[in-house]
Ligand binder design. Structure first.
Ligand code: GLC
Length: 571
């Protein structure tokens, strides 16, 4: 089947607050994104996903929306947004908006009305419950950012539910008026010409009929709300309606954040009979969290992660082999930088970044690149929890302390998993504040910026940025492009604990990817590559059969008879 435009392109994720500041405010803005469209073009980007830019009190950096149809003044105006969409379109880039539909901000007019009384017009637009007899919250659920998932409201004398922060009350999707209001907002953006949607935290929109206590899983007698509400049966009915009223019939793509939707459920969510075009699932980014995402309990990086990473990636490739499509991603605004997540502390970030890039661009699926990933940007490690802005870092730190961890252990977990790792300003040049702002940046610029920035890397043939550009080019043009876009996937060397290797194949053309995830030289049988030529290597002088530490290579082979007979068929 012919591939759609979003299956052939590269998607780039922009975190607007940290991307480019044109006013000196210390925060990025929409004009800054427009200014950098030509840069994105050099990466072969066909769509830019913006995390939320709507009006918001910014408790969770825009994931707490106060008005779905307006732009936050800190980012600019609706005119700026329209201009961005138009300028992007001129460059064949589509702008993808983030729909945060599980919850709003507590400052949204809907919630301000709802909280006033038990009988106002919007009284059941959110999830309200009475206290238990002793005044305690209705259930023992812990919100994803820590603390109870219920907050008491004096005016109504009831609790309201929030999967995330207390300033992010959950909407009541059972109410048809709520659903219609959300569809209207999405249609508003479609009319403005956006090219797709990323749909936030969507697995939480359906709540169980009865809200019951769960078995505690931390040191605070609470249970993660995810365990109690994610993917509740009945959710697909809401989603089918959502599709019908909004996405159906538009030449856009949708990608849902669907934590916990595994390969077995996939067919209901994506593909021919599914709802979305793609979904983000997190099995490969949660490898070190066997018991749910509690940072202090995570084992951190260890070589044991590599076989698990391979297994997850292969499972997701298999799940979409005949139907459905995955976005391939290793970073986003909620994840640590991949050069630390999947590699030991001593690994050279440049080599690690290229190894990950090779994996990203040669697997089957649409590559999603998160800002700065193409430079090999690294994690930060600030001294005190007070230095961190990210609301979940604070929640996780508190939980660690409450559970008896020392402050040193608690901050180490924050260093490793804080979402601020990915949110430090984009590193444009060697100048003041890495060219991000003429003012004081809202988060400090990473200290490695003089080496790791667009200015330094653009001219350097062996840089991470140049490697990304080459990979993106290979996926778009030349003999291997079609294979890399649409070819089948077969894992090679599945028993190896150091090398991730796979083959892609389409009509007599094959690519072979070999990535060494360890700091040791790794040999493999070079017969596998008989007749194949090197397409791209992450280091100079690649040698068939041997990978140096963190080296990644991609080879290409074509079987003349198969290619020729296919071309004859197509004529
Ligand atoms: C998603 C977003 C995250 C946000 C949360 C609440 O997981 O990616 O950044 O904090 O939803 O909206």
């Amino acid at each position: 089947m012919a591939l759609k435009w979003w299956q052939k392109t590269v998607v780039y994720q922009v975190y607007p607050k940290s991307f480019m500041d044109t006013t000196g405010s210390g925060q990025g803005d929409i004009r800054g994104i427009t200014e950098k469209l030509d840069y994105l073009k050099t990466l072969g980007v066909g769509a830019v996903w913006l995390t939320p830019v709507y009006r918001s009190p910014m408790v969770d950096n825009g994931y707490d929306i106060a008005d779905y149809k307006s732009i936050d003044p800190s980012y600019g105006t609706m005119k700026d947004m329209e201009n961005l969409i138009a300028e992007a379109k001129d460059r064949n880039i589509r702008i993808v908006m983030d729909l945060v539909y599980n919850h709003t901000s507590d400052q949204h007019a809907w919630f301000r009305e709802s909280r006033k009384s038990r009988d106002n017009a919007k009284s059941d637009w959110y999830i309200w419950r009475d206290a238990k007899e002793d005044g305690a919250p209705p259930t023992n659920w812990r919100s994803i950012f820590g603390g109870s998932a219920w907050t008491w409201c004096e005016e109504r004398q009831q609790y309201y539910l929030h999967t995330f922060a207390s300033q992010q009350p959950d909407l009541n999707w059972e109410n048809p008026q709520v659903r219609q209001a959300l569809y209207d907002a999405a249609n508003f953006w479609l009319e403005k010409g956006v090219g797709g949607f990323r749909i936030d935290a969507i697995v939480y929109i359906k709540k169980p009929k009865e809200l019951l206590d769960g078995v505690p899983d931390g040191g605070d007698d609470m249970v993660n709300i995810h365990t109690m509400t994610a993917n509740t049966p009945g959710i697909l009915d809401f989603l089918r309606e959502f599709k019908e009223k909004v996405f159906a019939g538009h030449d856009i793509f949708t990608v849902a954040e669907a934590n916990g939707v595994g390969p077995e459920d996939l067919k209901h969510w994506v593909g021919e009979n599914g709802i979305f075009d793609m979904l983000f699932e997190f099995s490969h980014t949660c490898l070190e969290f066997p018991e749910g995402e509690i940072w202090y309990k995570a084992e951190g990086y260890s070589p044991r992660l590599i076989p698990r990473l391979k297994a997850c990636l292969s499972a997701s490739q298999a799940a979409t082999a005949s139907d459905g499509w995955y976005p391939i991603f290793f970073e986003n605004h909620d994840q640590p930088r991949c050069v630390r997540h999947f590699f030991p502390d001593e690994a050279d970030p440049g080599a690690a970044a290229k190894a990950m890039a090779m994996t990203l661009f040669t697997l089957r699926g649409t590559p999603f690149v998160y800002q700065g990933q193409e430079l090999g940007m690294d994690n930060v490690a600030w001294d005190s929890i007070e230095d961190y802005d990210d609301i979940s870092s604070h929640g996780q730190y508190e939980l660690a302390i409450q559970s008896g961890c020392s402050p040193e252990k608690a901050i180490r977990a924050v260093h490793r998993y804080s979402r601020d790792n990915a949110r430090t300003p984009m590193q444009w040049d060697r100048g003041r504040q890495a060219g991000f702002t003429s003012g004081t940046p809202w988060l400090p610029v990473h200290e490695d910026y003089a080496m790791c920035c667009v200015e330094a890397e653009a001219q350097e043939e062996t840089s991470v940025l140049s490697f990304y550009r080459r990979l993106s080019h290979l996926r778009r043009e030349g003999n291997a492009a079609e294979v890399l876009q649409g070819g089948s996937y077969r894992e090679l060397l599945p028993e190896r604990e150091d090398i991730f290797a796979f083959c892609r194949k389409l009509r007599g053309r094959e690519t072979f990817t070999f990535v060494n995830f360890t700091g040791k030289t790794a040999d493999y049988d070079k017969e596998l590559l008989e007749g194949a030529e090197l397409l791209l290597g992450s280091m100079e002088n690649a040698c068939k059969g041997t990978l140096r530490p963190y080296e990644a290579v991609c080879y290409y082979r074509e079987s003349e008879t198969e290619v020729r007979s296919d071309e004859n068929c197509r004529q």
